[in-house]
Design a protein around this ligand. Sequence first.
Ligand SMILES: O=C(O)C1=C[C@@H](OP(=O)(O)O)[C@@H](O)[C@H](O)C1
Ligand SMILES: C=C(OP(=O)(O)O)C(=O)O
Length: 758
Amino acid sequence: MAQSAPLFGQVTVIGLGLIGGSLAAALRNGGLAGRLVAGSRSARTLERGLAMGLVDAAYQDLAEAVRGADLVFVAVPVSAMADTFAAIAPALGRHTIITDGGSVKGPVIEAARQHLGVHYARFVPGHPIAGKERSGVEAADAALYQRHRIILTPTEATDPAATAKVRQLWTAVGAEVLDMRPAEHDRVLAETSHLPHLLAFALVDTLSRQGDSTDIFRYAAGGFRDFTRIASSDPVMWHDIFIENRDAVLAAADEFAAGLARFRAAVANGDSEALLGTMTRANTARARFLAMNARTSYTHAQGATDEQLMKADNQAGQARNPVFHLTPGGRLNGQIRVAGDKSISHRSIMLGALAEGVTEIEGFLEGEDALATLEAFRDMGVVIEGPHAGRVRVHGVGLHGLKAPSRTLYMGNSGTSMRLLMGLLAGQSFASELTGDASLTSRPMERVAQPLRQMGAAIGTTGDGTPPVSIRGGRPLEGIHFTMPVASAQVKSALLLAGLYAHGRTSVTEPAPTRDHTERMLAGFGYDVQRDGATVTITGGGGLTACNLEVPADISSAAFFLVGASIAPGSELLLPHVGINPTRTGIIDILRLMGADIQLENERDSGGEPVADLRVRSAPLKGITIPQELVPLAIDEFPAIFIAAACAEGETILHGAEELRVKESDRIQAMADGLVTLGAEVETYPDGIRIRGIAEGAAFTQGEIESHDDHRIAMSFAIAALRASGPITIHNCANVATSFPGFAELAAGAGLGLTVSG
Ligand SMILES: O=C(O)C1=C[C@@H](OP(=O)(O)O)[C@@H](O)[C@H](O)C1
Ligand SMILES: C=C(OP(=O)(O)O)C(=O)O
């Protein structure tokens, strides 16, 4: 850590175990304290601390230790807090800030209030969530808090300046600081840490009391060992925690007992639907909660080992994030079946859930975005089997059968999930809240919220109009006629889904054609949808009937290969069963205008959606001015199109695409930055870009690219390597899994020099 001016004059650490010792070590390393002092009842600990160079002075008399301190960190067991506060209070200065590391906050705050007297206003309660597998001063580790979370739980009595100072302290040693109310902290810890320990202790104890317990333990397999590992934790420490956090632990235990009773009843009654519902939800829930905490991708959390999960969770978003390494040149050949269509996959779950009967889906996209939708419906009580190799069975609950979710619905990175669900949830009788990852929580949601309010919905967003989105529910909706200011299929779809619940007719007029999967699929589920030019209308009060669906391959995923094969001489690829809905084929039109050689073979209908096998051969490309009417029809494909433009003769100019600035990243800026890094000549406009291309040979230099956590940016620059003069490295590629899991393997199989690390 770099040396900086000391943040504090004297810091005193009371209790020099792993937690206290590690803070001392980190402050020492960073030069953050002018003087470091330790206080401990144990002479041996103090000797070790001095010998290790952690502190400059050490006292068994705690009052002596805090004399002259600017900041005191109390890191003793929770049951010893009251005595410690009483011992130090008389020696604290008028400005001394006191903070602690106790794992239960309510009782520590109460002890501080009783014993710190006037100093209570400068007491900032805290809880570092850091590894505790080793203990004692010998385990002190200057790096312990780096990228770990510290929860601060200031009370109304806490001086905000003191809180700010403690926040500065933790940030300076590399931690991420979160604020919580004390009661919330104790409840959350009771649920996520104390209850599991209670269950493990209770299970092992219960089994060990049975007559044949020797046999039980002899035959105990991995599951038993995994589940009960934490029953080996220190009984004295856990005794203190259960006693100190009594109320929250009891509430969590009661909640669990009710869940156990439900499960028991389902077994007793042979209730397959309840059993499947509970277990399919549980299957993915853990990975999802951890992903949600880390505000990271969900399939990553799902594929990770326990250790990685906990690390990702502790390290606040630092989940392992793959890096793409590309060798330059090469060509693409063969046949590639790209991932299932994302837009159709989302809607297959939504409409399947609201239908009467069981909907069977094939070709479902097992990408993060579609899975976020799937999980949201599980959270609302819908039994969904799968996905297994693209097959999903949705047990529809009917238009009015959804149940209130017990917690915030996590939409990960998916704008489609959030916006469509806003419409659907506005029509429900219950309240709900939607949130997402760092990218999604910065995207605009008022474009949907405003017209829904006109229909009568009660919806809140943040001051910036971004998520979290809260929906009051239980409000009667009235059909409206809405003319969309932006061409957005998500806005249109949200209003149509709300329209299912509205009184009368809901109609939406679009300024330019956008993807019409919602309209087609509603009709496929038996709902009457009227289309008249740019206006689509539905009347509330009908019903949906389950059906079977085959999701075609996603033309947005095929786009990377259409561009890759076009720009790499000697390429020829066949992309079977790709959706060629005319509201999605802008990419084909644009590439053809540039001179690409793309053939549609075997055109057919698949469940109401046109599909074809796409054959693409390399061809010399030329720059064009992209026709305005094609912009909404190729909206997600522009990152890939920009790569084609950089490999075309002359200039390509795009206008009218300001929407690109509010996708998973600002795609105009993210692509321009990457293109410039790779030596291309570009100029950006508020609504577009100009790119000068190089028709032959290397169009790109080597370079390091930032994906900005945007799947389409990552995949576009991967394809660029086909025409680069040196290696390209792309950082933060986890989000490729949102729309195209398996991209790297498929692309490498077809000839792209792509390997993945991290
Ligand atoms: O409705 C859909 O499935 C989508 C609509 C488009 O968004 P907008 O409606 O914001 O243009 C598109 O970018 C997105 O990937 C999927
Ligand atoms: C914009 C996209 O998706 P969404 O809006 O669903 O996040 C996309 O996939 O490119």
